[in-house]
Design a protein around this ligand. Structure first.
Ligand code: HEM
Length: 470
């Protein structure tokens, strides 16, 4: 039996051990004679990686042109790259495809710049700061769900994916800028959609040459970015020129000072961080909320348990930040959705110096792929992995499971800065929608799209009905 097969043999959850590969040649897919597995990765990243992990185990070489990357599919490997030896790994140039949108913002920056910026921005996401933004979230959701009344009255299906995206974009705007999108709403949404789609198309371009040609698509993309940045710049300039003070994120970022130099961020850095937070925070949350609504519509028993919790806690009033403590089941539902449908479902890092993972030499410059989706549905880690079961996250059921078997918000120093923000926002959306409406999904079962986030290939459509109380 080959070593790679040994790695794929089932093991009980608690004893899934990292296998040492010392001396054993690793096996992986052959791929195209010249391009290697690049075409497969480009055409259907998720299904290809899923198949590869099934066929070859937890550490799989993937030849891409002349170089070999590795798929790491074991919690111990994740811990090694993201935590224990994180200094030896930088973000891959694939993340750099977001640079035209996010510049040198927190998601992309490295080294000293990242360290300084993380220290400056981290306080904006402390629990009490995020809690203070809760009322803005509730106001946006309340306004939107009232629009659902019209859909409920007409009985007409509506584009659920589009609608939750509108909610999270409006929340991103209100919490960042203390203002709504107003007349810019449609333009902003369209520009965001183009930026997202073109970034996904470019991820597997190994050079950026074709991105410089004046093609129609490249022009559309450049115009979309200029539009998005133009709006952010305008709002920042207006804020500087006014005496208006607010507790929104923009004010906090503008007032943040470096502890050593007492310097504020430069204009360019401020805009990059604003764009980063808008983009990193909006589509991820919308994608997950869309899946959560879809899954709850498929699992009425879990939905009723969640509603019981919400009804008992809020008794008809709107949620507030302090309710998060009591929304245990709602949070478990979100944790389970994030396990099965992590919005960011894979990422890549590049080794800076030579390393060794489970006995396999990793040369400097090698790319490693890590997938939340694959590890969070790993059949040797999770019982009945495809089953929707929020109680997996009861404390008594998580004992013995590696922290790195579940990381929808990343792990280590580069863990998501907005996870608390996102959890509160998503819990509020679910509570406020389902306390008033039943949701019937009218589109076919969604399949994964080949995008940056784990959005369905086609939008999810639904019909809202006034809630029937049992
Ligand atoms: C369901 C929602 C979200 C998910 C699943 C998610 C997921 C992630 C993941 C996996 C990372 C780590 C990426 C890596 O290590 O390469 C990350 C980083 C980041 N996220 Fe989120 N995120 C979400 C919401 C948000 C929100 C609401 C914000 C801001 C308002 C945000 C801002 C960021 C930023 C700035 C980083 C970079 C942090 C750093 O490198 O220091 N995210 N996110």
């Amino acid at each position: 039996m080959s070593e790679s097969k040994v790695l794929a043999d089932p093991m009980p959850v608690a004893v899934l051990k990292e296998k040492s590969l010392k001396g054993a040649p690793l096996k992986g897919p052959k791929g195209h004679p010249i391009l290697g597995v690049l075409p497969m990765l480009r055409d259907d990243t998720l299904n290809f990686l899923k198949q590869v992990s099934r066929d070859y185990g937890d550490l799989v070489p993937l030849r891409i042109l002349m170089s070999t990357a590795y798929l790491l599919n074991h919690p111990a490997h994740v811990e090694h790259v993201l935590q224990k030896n994180h200094r030896n790994y930088k973000k891959s140039p694939m993340v750099g495809k977001l640079r035209p949108v996010m510049g040198d913002g927190l998601l992309i920056s490295e080294g000293e710049l990242w360290t300084r910026q993380r220290k400056l921005i981290q306080p904006s996401f402390l629990k009490e700061r995020v809690d203070a933004l809760g009322q803005r979230m509730v106001d946006v959701i309340d306004k939107h769900t009232k629009l659902w009344d019209e859909c409920a009255a007409s009985g007409k299906p509506f584009n659920l994916s589009w609608d939750v995206s509108a909610i999270t974009l409006e929340i991103a705007f209100q919490t960042m800028f203390d203002t709504g999108l107003g007349a810019d709403a449609q333009g902003f949404k369209d520009a965001m959609a183009i930026a997202h789609d073109v970034t996904a198309e470019r991820v597997w371009n190994l050079t950026s040459l074709s991105e410089k040609f004046p093609t129609k698509r490249n022009r559309e993309y450049n115009e979309a970015i200029a539009y998005l940045q133009g709006i952010c710049t305008r709002i920042i300039n207006e804020r500087r020129a006014s005496t208006h003070r607010s507790d929104d994120l923009l004010s906090i970022l503008m007032e943040a000072r470096d502890a050593d130099t007492n310097e504020a961020m430069s204009e360019q850095q401020l805009r990059d961080e604003v764009m980063t937070l808008m983009v990193a925070g909006h589509d991820t949350t919308a994608t997950m909320v869309g899946w959560a609504i879809y899954m709850l519509a498929q699992h009425p028993t879990h939905l009723e348990r969640m509603r019981d919790e919400v009804d008992a806690l809020m008794a008809g009033r709107l949620p507030q930040a302090s309710d998060m403590k009591g929304l245990d089941y709602t949070k478990r539902i979100l944790q389970e959705v994030a396990r099965l449908r992590p919005s960011i479902w894979w990422f890549a890092r590049v080794a800076i110096n030579d390393d060794n993972i489970a006995g396999q030499p990793i040369k400097a410059g090698t790319t490693v792929f890590i997938s939340q989706y694959l590890i969070q549905t790993h059949p040797q880690i999770w019982d009945d992995p495809e089953k929707f079961d929020p109680d997996r996250f009861l404390p008594e059921n998580t004992a013995g499971r590696s922290k790195f078997a579940y990381f929808p918000f990343g792990a280590g120093p580069r863990v998501c800065i907005g996870s608390g923000f996102a959890m509160m926002e998503m819990a509020f959306v679910l509570a406020m929608i389902f306390r008033r409406y039943d949701v019937e999904i009218t589109s076919d079962e969604p399949v994964f799209g080949n995008l940056v986030t784990l959005r369905p290939h086609e939008d999810i459509w639904a019909r809202a009905k006034p809630r029937l109380r049992h």
